[in-house]
Design a protein around this ligand. Structure first.
Ligand code: GLU
Length: 478
């Protein structure tokens, strides 16, 4: 029975890298009818960032990665870790270390000076029971350290990377329990993975150097280690180094704020390191569950390609029907302060089919259709230069206004007929007036079909804006 966990530390928002780790665990659990556990590793209070647990859980829920068990909070299990640290003491696999912070500091400095790797010199490893007793009685604080075998090697089989071996000489006697009685990440992580019956530990490959320590701990406890699967990092768009904040958005909820659909982000993240076979890019969640296979996860990092994510999002937006999209985009219009009454909501409904094919994010909807709600839009400079430089254009536009004023029906078919009719009367090509009309109505040179746009904008507004453009730009040297 597969049991996997996502075990974030609440040190900030959920990064897309963490989200991908969660996703792979979730997919693996779903594919195998297993259990996906959420465990919050919050024993390091100095690194705790308020609000991050909420951010992490909200991000997972939004992505649709519901957990079957948990969240377990390690901070509520401190007693347990103490008990296990003491068990290792009893087994002779760990020892109490009374060295003061100052001594350790000095030691590190000396080691650095001598060009040695800084690390604990195992001074307390050989204290006699009497010495330990005396020190304890004197009230000296201590930590509990793991006894690393002094000789030999430690290896484990990583599912993606194969056999990884380190010489025990390279390892140090790491701290399991701190002097304040709090466990380190290593102790709490191993104890929980064991107690929670985790079968596969799937995590970022930055944890590879910690794994030999974990393997030694499993042995010391006499436990069977899980299968380790270390996932490659997500690389920055330039392929150099890890994706980080300076490359753009990295937090899951930031992507939500920008108007990405969770389905698109999940699809995109799934393919960062895993391939369902062939060159398929759009894969539904159900298909992912069916096809997910750890054997097809690469061990090299994949590049986070923002353009691809935008493209994928536009595909998922187009897959929604208008009703669904309306519900999704309305909050984005509200956020921009564009919704004051029912007429605005009705307007949004009409705008969905006009923009659906043109947007890349939900946020694009209000951005691109602002001029339907407000008259204070700006005119594109190039657009003015290109369309309002001749004197005749204003005469043409006057003619258009005249026709619009006498129009009885204002469907896009009729508007098209009318405008083409004006062009014919004037003996010009339709596009000679179509582009200037667009700029007059929207300030932009591109957008949805002009006639559809005019129908939604309505007769009054169309006339008003064309008149305003004539007034503003006539005789003006652009
Ligand atoms: N708490 C660790 C982290 O934040 C978990 C690593 C692991 O999955 O073992 O990445």
């Amino acid at each position: 029975m597969v049991r996997v966990r996502f075990a974030p530390s609440p040190t900030g928002y959920l990064h897309v890298g963490g989200a991908r780790t969660a996703l792979y665990n979730w997919l693996f659990a779903r594919h195998n009818n297993g259990t996906f556990i959420l465990r919050i590793e919050d024993t390091d209070r100095t690194r705790y960032v308020p609000g991050s647990v909420e951010d992490i859980m909200e991000s997972l829920k939004w992505l649709g990665l519901e957990w079957d068990e948990g969240p377990y909070f390690q901070s509520k299990r401190i007693e347990l870790y103490r008990k296990y640290a003491h068990e290792l003491l009893q087994r002779g696999m760990a020892y109490k270390c009374f060295c003061s912070e100052e001594r350790l500091q000095k030691l590190r400095e000396e080691q650095r000076k001598m060009g040695l790797k800084p690390g604990y010199d195992r001074k307390c490893r050989n204290l006699t029971p009497e010495e330990v007793k005396k020190l304890e009685e004197s009230g000296k604080p201590y930590v509990i350290r793991l006894k690393i075998p002094l000789e030999g090697e430690t290896s484990f089989d990583d599912y993606l990377h194969g056999k990884i071996t380190v010489k025990n000489k390279e390892l140090e006697d790491l701290i399991l329990l701190k002097s304040d009685g709090y466990p380190t990440y290593h102790l709490a992580n191993v104890v929980d993975d064991h107690l929670m019956g985790i079968t596969h530990v799937m995590r970022a490959d930055e944890w590879i150097p910690s794994t030999p320590y974990h393997v030694i701990m499993y042995k010391a406890f006499g436990w069977e280690p899980p299968i380790f699967v270390h996932l490659p990092v997500i690389l920055a768009p330039d392929g150099k180094g890890k994706l980080s904040k300076r490359h753009g958005a990295v937090s899951v909820l930031e992507f939500r704020k920008m108007g990405f659909l969770p389905e698109a982000l999940v699809n995109f993240l799934a393919l960062l390191g895993w391939s369902p076979g062939g060159d398929r890019e759009i894969v539904s969640l159900n298909e992912m569950i069916e096809l997910f296979d750890l054997k097809k996860v690469g061990k090299r990092g994949s590049v986070f390609d923002f353009n691809k994510l935008y493209w994928m999002n536009s595909v998922y937006i187009r897959m929604k029907n208008d009703e669904e999209l309306y519900n999704l985009v309305l909050p984005f219009y509200e956020r921009e302060g564009l919704i004051e009454d029912k007429s605005h909501r009705d307007l949004v409904k009409k705008l969905i089919p006009l923009y659906k094919e043109r947007v890349k994010t939900l946020e694009d909807f209000p951005k691109m259709s602002y001029y339907f709600f407000r008259d204070d839009f700006e005119y594109d400079e190039e657009g003015i230069k290109k369309n309002f430089s001749s004197t005749e254009i204003f005469n043409y536009l006057e003619k258009v206004v005249e026709k619009l004023e006498s129009a009885e029906s204002f469907t896009h078919e009729d508007i098209e007929k009318m405008i083409r009719g004006v062009a014919e009367e004037l003996g010009i090509k339709a596009r000679v007036i179509i582009h200037p009309i667009r700029v007059a109505l929207t300030g932009k040179t591109v957008g949805p079909g002009l006639f559809e746009l005019m129908e939604v904008l309505g007769k009054e507004k169309c006339i008003e804006r064309i008149k305003k453009a004539i007034e503003t730009f006539r005789g003006q040297k652009p």
